[in-house]
Write a protein that binds this ligand. Structure first.
Ligand SMILES: C[S@@+](CC[C@H](N)C(=O)[O-])C[C@H]1O[C@@H](n2cnc3c(N)ncnc32)[C@H](O)[C@@H]1O
Length: 400
């Protein structure tokens, strides 16, 4: 069937309507006239793929990567960079309207990435030891797309991928490895094989890898490939400034702190910081990073955020007994659990900054914070992931 793409939806699909059905078309551009095939139907929604571009959108370009369409890594290479940014702004507004029920979404800027290609300073490559493939999952599948050159990898990670591929061809990769994680430091790359399914950020009982250092702005961070670190190092100084700005005060709480990317800047501006992170390796790095910066006013708690908030509120002597000037949370893609939002509302911080890598879960959580009496003051967006539909959003709220 032939359809016209109306706009880009959360998830990166192009929206079209045909034969009484809503269609979500992968790898489309707004304004494209396309011949599509419906691959799967869920309720009244059909998921479709492009058979032919009948009339290209003015913002459609030829995707430069030879794996585009098969590899599940990038889904926006068919758009000019300006169109990628507009689509991401629309995605954020759509989520806040539809999921967050926010009628008046504040105007916001989306900060472009300094580099649209070769920007990824962290990656996870899937490994199929039977078929001898190393790369990314194909879209909507667990088949590994064998990738020898990835146009969004920072040069040092591209070289690491090439070394791993060389080792694969020599039979030197561990057979039980399912994926490899890599993160680039100022000098050198940390690489870790993974044997089962968890994504970066979860505990791993393998041996601790050698540390690497990464400088971001004025701060230095020690880390390795087993802990979460943001993907686009070049944009991080802007993201940190957007999240914390010139705020200062007495007490700040930081939830989901990782290796302390935001904890160090917070500890420079607040007299006391309590940061929470469940991955014990990451929490240890955060402590080492604070110590390395001579910051003694921040405490890192290695705990699940929901469990920590609940126990802290119950015992009445921890954060629950403090007046909190600022609470910053940067949860994984799934957002914050209901118990966490409930706990935040009980902690009653004067200001909240929510750093989110998924606008849909951000919108869901903002709805609860707003229902709890907070008002949404401002939004900011950062294009941490060019060539994909992903976007980092920062929402700032003030308490009742
Ligand atoms: C998006 S990352 C942010 C980390 C840090 N703010 C940064 O920018 O580098 C989310 C972090 O939350 C941690 N995490 C995930 N679920 C958690 C939970 N239930 N409780 C505490 N930490 C959690 C992960 O280990 C990861 O370090």
């Amino acid at each position: 069937m032939e359809v016209t793409i109306e706009r880009i939806l959360p998830g990166g699909f192009g929206l079209a309507h045909a034969e009484g059905r809503t269609l979500m078309v992968a790898l489309a551009a707004p304004g494209d006239r396309l011949r599509v095939r419906v691959d799967r139907v869920k309720g009244n929604v059909g998921f479709a793929s492009i058979i032919e571009v009948v009339e290209p959108s003015p913002v459609r370009i030829a995707p430069p990567c030879p794996y585009f369409g098969r590899c599940g890594g990038c889904d926006f290479q068919q758009l000019t960079y300006e169109a990628q940014l507009s689509a991401k702004a629309e995605i954020i507004k759509d989520c806040l309207h539809r999921i967050g029920r926010i009628n008046t979404v504040p105007d916001f800027n989306i900060t472009a990435a300094p580099h649209q290609w070769r920007y990824r300073s962290r990656a996870q490559w899937q490994y199929d030891s039977v078929r001898q493939r190393l790369g990314y999952f194909e879209s909507a599948s667990h088949r590994v797309c064998d990738v020898s050159e990835c146009a969004v990898l920072a040069p040092e990670l591209q070289r690491t991928l090439e070394t791993l591929r060389h080792n694969m061809s020599e039979g030197l990769l561990p057979d039980d490895a399912k994926y490899f994680r890599a993160v680039a430091g100022d000098e050198g790359v940390s690489v870790a094989p993974g044997v089962s399914g968890p994504s970066i950020g979860e505990d791993d009982d393998s041996e601790r890898l050698p540390d690497i250092n990464r400088s971001i702005g004025e701060e230095k961070y020690k880390l390795n490939a087993q802990s979460f670190f943001q993907t686009n190092a070049d944009l991080l100084p802007r993201l940190i400034a957007g999240a914390i700005g010139d705020l200062s005060g007495d007490t700040a709480i930081e939830l989901y702190c990782g290796v302390g990317l935001l904890t160090l800047p917070l500890a420079r501006r607040f007299n006391r910081v309590i940061a929470v992170e469940e991955n014990s390796d990451a929490a240890n790095f955060a402590r080492e990073n604070l110590a390395g910066a001579d910051l003694v006013n921040a405490e890192v708690v290695a705990a699940d955020v929901a469990a920590w908030i609940e126990s802290d509120l119950k015992c009445g002597v921890g954060a629950g007994a403090l007046e909190i000037d600022f609470l910053l949370l940067d949860p994984p893609r799934a957002g914050a659990e209901s118990r966490v939002i409930g706990g935040i509302l009980q902690l009653k911080p004067k200001r909240i900054c929510y750093v989110a890598c998924d606008p849909a879960t951000l919108a869901r959580d903002l709805k609860k914070l707003i229902a709890g009496g907070y008002s949404l003051d401002s939004l900011d967006a950062f294009d941490m992931f060019p060539q994909t539909h992903h976007v980092e959003t920062i929402a700032k709220l003030t308490g009742p």
